[in-house]
Write a protein of this length. Structure first.
Length: 110
């Protein structure tokens, strides 16, 4: 159990030389990879998203994060499109960002 290490990210904003800079702050957590349910695919397509992955994490480690990174610093970044808390476990549904490119090295949308 808890066989995968993933990173959860939230946007943070800081000011440097009177300029506002947004970046992602990452937290590593252990997770279980699960299969995306057919109902998630159907619901995702109806709103223009394609759910690609599902992970379970411990609920105390999830704090409404917006992003997930799979594969470390050079890994792929996903949007957390839905989360569902089931007691001590929270399910995360991950989808690739739609309609924009993400440069994970600089943490800025381009």
């Amino acid at each position: 159990m808890w066989s995968h290490e993933i990173e959860l990210g939230n946007w943070t904003e800081s000011t440097v030389n009177f300029e506002s800079i947004k970046s992602l702050a990452w937290t590593s957590v252990y997770a279980n990879e699960k299969s995306v349910r057919q109902s998630e695919h159907y619901n995702g397509v109806s709103v223009g998203r394609k759910p690609e992955l599902m992970y379970e994490v411990r609920s105390f480690e999830f704090s409404n994060h917006e992003k997930a990174r799979i594969g470390g610093v050079a890994g792929k970044i996903y949007d957390i499109t839905r989360n569902f808390k089931k007691g001590d476990i929270t399910e995360l549904i991950l989808s690739a960002p739609v309609g924009r490119e993400f440069n994970g090295k600089t943490s800025i949308y381009i």
